[in-house]
Design a protein around this ligand. Structure first.
Ligand code: NAD
Length: 287
């Protein structure tokens, strides 16, 4: 039987550590503050933003939610970022992705003060990750995946790992974390142009799926005894649910789980970790 890696439990551990740090910082007169900027009305983004703000409130963090209309201009978004950069009560700034098409997301990310870039997307933080300079911010989702591997006691050193997906949010930073000194995995990054993906994946002891296609990774991609981390969060129609949809991962869990040594479920795997690591980054920014 595979180990089902419980992201809710590991996230609760991370948040318990955070709660202690927050008490400590508050005793020094510092309340970590996070600003979350939402542009437009993307339903998934609204859910993410609300849950981030709610988690801040639960933990006694200061938070500010700024909602701009879907017609907001680049200048308006930049003006908000500029104000937050200068606000001493705000230590972390996050602009929820994806913004509407008229917004140049890259330029917005570059405008965030790197010392407040708790998403870890600013080029300065990307460079620090590549340089293994721990003073930067690591993107929350891959940082959460690493924490899950550690919590499940998965040895990465010398192991073959594959990251399926090369986005700057998940795939690339995940690969950098796995290959970094201390993790020491041998890493392959696969993407939409990779040939013979199943064959390449079957070499891996650790498979991280960040593709954005429901149930994309199947049993044929997985070697017996591999560890599988499913980053995917996909909405699929489900008439039996009140909402009309359910969440499913990038991995065909039912078909794959029995072959694995350990696997993360969706929901309840990587998802809860992202927000926990965001809180952790906000505390780091406040420090
Ligand atoms: P993305 O669309 O930016 O990147 C997807 C990647 O998959 C691309 O690099 C592409 O090359 C690769 N890909 C597409 N088709 C492929 C194929 N046929 N074979 C191999 N590779 C292929 O997505 P993303 O932002 O990296 O997100 C990936 C998934 O993770 C999505 O489901 C997203 O919702 C989820 N996600 C979850 C969290 C979380 O908190 N758990 C956070 C971010 C993203």
């Amino acid at each position: 039987m595979p180990t089902i890696i419980d992201g809710k439990e590991v996230a609760a551990q991370v948040l318990a550590e955070c709660a202690q740090e927050i008490v400590e910082l508050k005793s020094q007169g510092i309340t970590p503050g996070l600003a979350v900027v939402l542009v437009g009305e993307d339903p998934a983004s609204r859910v993410y933003v609300s849950s981030k703000v709610k988690k801040c409130a639960e933990l006694g963090l200061h938070s500010e939610k700024i909602v701009l209309s879907k017609e907001a201009t680049q200048e308006e978004v930049l003006a908000v970022v500029e104000r937050l950069n200068l606000d001493p009560a705000i230590h972390g700034i996050l602009v929820q992705s994806p913004p509407p098409p008229q917004i140049d997301e890259e330029a917005i990310v570059r405008a965030i003060n790197p010392a407040k870039d708790v998403d870890g997307f600013h080029p300065e933080n990307v460079a620090k990750l590549a340089l293994e300079d721990s003073s930067g911010f690591v993107p929350c989702t891959p940082a959460g995946c690493m924490r899950l591997l550690a919590a499940a006691g998965v040895e990465t050193s010398g192991k073959e790992a594959i990251v399926v997906g090369r986005s700057m949010i998940v795939g690339k930073p995940m690969a950098l974390l796995l290959v970094a000194k201390g993790s020491d995995a041998t890493v392959t990054i696969a993407h939409s142009r990779t040939k013979n993906l199943a064959e390449v994946c079957r070499r891996a002891d650790i498979v991280v799926a960040a593709v954005g296609i429901p149930n994309f990774i199947k049993a044929e991609h997985i070697k017996d005894g591999a560890v599988v981390i499913d980053v995917g969060i996909n909405r699929v129609e489900d008439a039996s649910r009140k909402s009309g949809y359910r969440l499913c991962g990038d991995v065909a869990f039912e078909a794959v789980a029995d072959k694995t040594h350990a696997i993360t479920p969706v929901p309840g795997g990587v998802g809860p970790m992202t927000i926990a690591m965001l809180i952790k980054n906000t505390i780091k920014a406040a420090r």
